[in-house]
Structures are given as C-alpha cells and as structure tokens.
Write a protein that binds this ligand. Structure first.
Ligand SMILES: [Zn+2]
Length: 364
C-alpha cells in the first residue's frame, strides 16, 4: 500500500463540477529526490460532457493485490541496459498484465513497452496499487517506472545521471551537486507561475522537491524526460481507436503528462536563466557537459513533436479534448527572453510562431 502522506499524481485531474484534491509527498531513493506517487483512488462527479471523445465500456480485468514495491540493486544493471528488449523474457503474470502488455506494445513500443519490459513488476505494482487500468493510472505507472529505472541506471553508473527515454539509455556526465538545487529557478520564473493553488505543480516540485539538497539540474531534467516520455504515450492513447476505452468517462479533462511536460519546459528555461545569472561557475560546468545537453536537446525536440501532434486532443482545441495544457506556460516558454537561454546552449527549438495557429490562437 502507499505510505501515508506520500501520494503525488504527476498532474492534476479536473472535474466539471468538482476538483479532486490530491495529496503530495516524495520518496528519498539513494539517488534522486523526485519520485512522485499518485493518489490511487479518486471519486468524482458524473460527467455530462458531450464531446467527441466518448469512452466505451471495456471489461477491465480485476487487478491482483500489488505486494511489496520492487526494489533494485546492482544486479539489475545488466537487465536495465539490455537493448533491444526483444532479447528479454517477459513473464506475463495475470490477466491485467497481459492487457498492459498488449496496450503498451500497440501504443508505445518505443517507450512505454520498453520500460514495461525492463521493469515489468514496477509497472504492475503501480497499476495494481491504483486498482484500475485507465489513461491516467496507466500513464502514472509509466511515469513512475521511468523514475525508478532512471534512478537505478544512475546508481549503476556511479551517480552519473542516466535516463531511459524512447528506447535509448542515455548516460550523462552530470552528478548531483554539479549545479544548484533546482528551486533556484524561482528567481527567473515569472510570479504568475508561482501559484500555490490546488493543481499547481509549483509547491510540490519547485518549493519542495527542488529545494532538496540532493536536487540539481539532473533532477529537473529527469522530470522533463519522464513527463515528455509519458506524454508521447498519452498522445498515442488519445488518438488510438482501439484504446478509447482507456479515456476517462467520469471526468471532462485532466492535466497529466502533456500538461506536466509544458510546465517543465518552462521550469527548464527558467532554471537555465537563473543559474546563468546567479551561479556562473555552475553554468560553465553545464556548458562543458555535452551529454547532459544532448538529453535536453532530445527531450525538447520530442516535446515539440508531441505538442504538434496532440493539440487537437487538448481542451484548448475543443471542448471534447481531454488533455489540459497551459497556454500561458507555453507562451512564456516561447518568449524571446527564454528562447535565448536555449540558443546560448545551442539547443535547437521551434520558433514562437510555430504555435500561433494552435495553442497561442484566441487568447483567453
Ligand atoms: Zn515525476
């Protein structure tokens, strides 16, 4: 079971008539501060949404009790770095696990299914803890499994931050402490994004996780990697004909991994600006870490690709869109000021104008 006071859903769930309050907290793994866990059960109102995305019933199998949460040590290093994953034997234990395997294989062979194959017990622990298979909870399982895999890989590499992202294992030269804790991004983040209201990621991630002495750019990048990877799976599911039944019936829209991806794009550029101005030595160290910057580049490029493809399924595009993405966060990220931070580090990105016919149309 989830320890008390620990849950943290990576996004927020918005109901038409009610807002579900989700508790927050974090783990302290050997490496990392940024494990976050979801609230397993939420209850809400029945939706009267009449949008184009309508869930159909599906016989979701009863899930079995989760048992103890998996743990990892150096004996897992070889398995977690094995690619291609086809070489790994996957024992499907239970009807729910067969279904998860089928969904991820069909919707996300290059990311979700890779994580599932590397850490099947971790994915199923999350799914079984939450007790249902839906887009929110399956994606939470993928998000959290990505954290667990990254944390283990980093320990396998003597603390050099390592990420599993879209079928690649990417090792960097960044160690915890190379750059300031990521709460310093508050120096550059515009005040409008420092809300402490329910649903804001700021209090949990920036004020709490980002203030941990163990946090650094690696941990901020970790969240961007994990949210972006899972947002790609979210995209595949929302546009899949076969898996419409995974979409929520009881809620109108939710702020999950796509929403978190955009928030962390803004947090990332804010961090780069704050460190460049106030911590020049650390900024110089970051400039000398090509592998770390290559992870930022790979993630940024993937995030932009997902943003282009996912727009029609967002609330900004139509009332039936189930995904909540912050227009203001995207607008601010693509301001000249913040794009200059990417330019200084040679990170390629889309121009602000790329979103003028979609997300940045019709200011609210
Ligand atoms: Zn996370």
């Amino acid at each position: 079971m989830l320890p008390e006071g620990r849950p943290l859903w990576p996004g927020r769930v918005r109901f038409r008539r009610a807002m579900v309050v989700l508790a927050v907290a974090s783990f302290s793994a050997p490496y990392s501060i940024a494990q976050d866990t979801p609230t397993p059960n939420t209850t809400g109102t029945t939706s009267d949404r009449n949008g184009p995305i309508v869930s159909t019933s599906h016989p979701t199998p009863r899930t079995t009790p989760p048992g103890p949460k998996p743990s990892y040590d150096s004996s897992d290093c070889m398995r977690l770095t094995s690619l291609p994953i086809a070489k790994l034997q996957l024992e499907l234990d239970g009807e729910d696990m067969v279904l998860v395997d089928q969904i991820l294989k069909a919707t996300s062979p290059d990311h979700g299914h890779v994580l599932f194959t590397h850490a099947p017990k971790e994915v199923m622990w999350w799914v079984r803890t939450m007790g249902s298979i839906s887009i929110q909870w399956l994606l939470t399982a993928i998000h959290e499994t990505n954290h667990a895999v990254n944390s283990t890989l980093t320990n396998c590499n003597a603390g050099e931050a390592t990420y599993s992202f879209q079928g690649r294992i990417i090792k960097t030269e960044h160690k915890s402490g190379d750059t300031p804790r990521y709460a310093v991004l508050a120096d550059a983040l515009p005040p409008a994004f420092k809300s402490r209201q329910v649903g804001s990621r700021y209090p949990t991630y920036i004020e709490r996780n980002g203030a941990s002495p163990a946090s650094s750019f690696a941990h901020l990048l970790e969240e961007l990697v994990v949210y972006t990877g899972a947002a790609g799976v979210e995209l595949s599911i929302v546009r899949s004909k076969d898996y419409k039944w995974l979409l929520p019936r009881e809620i109108d829209a939710f702020d999950g991994n796509a929403g978190g991806m955009v928030d962390f794009m803004l947090y990332a550029v804010s961090y780069l600006k704050a460190v460049r101005i106030s911590h020049p030595d650390a900024y110089a160290r970051l400039q000398q870490q090509p592998n770390t910057l290559s992870v930022l580049q790979a993630t940024w490029t993937a995030a932009e690709g997902t943003l282009r493809a996912i727009y029609d399924y967002t609330r900004l595009a139509n009332l039936g869109g189930v995904l909540i993405v912050s227009r203001d966060a995207l607008l601010t990220t693509y301001s000249d000021d913040f794009l200059a931070e990417l330019d200084r580090l040679g990170i390629a990105h889309a121009p602000a104008g790329a979103w003028l016919t979609t997300y940045l149309r019709n200011p609210q």
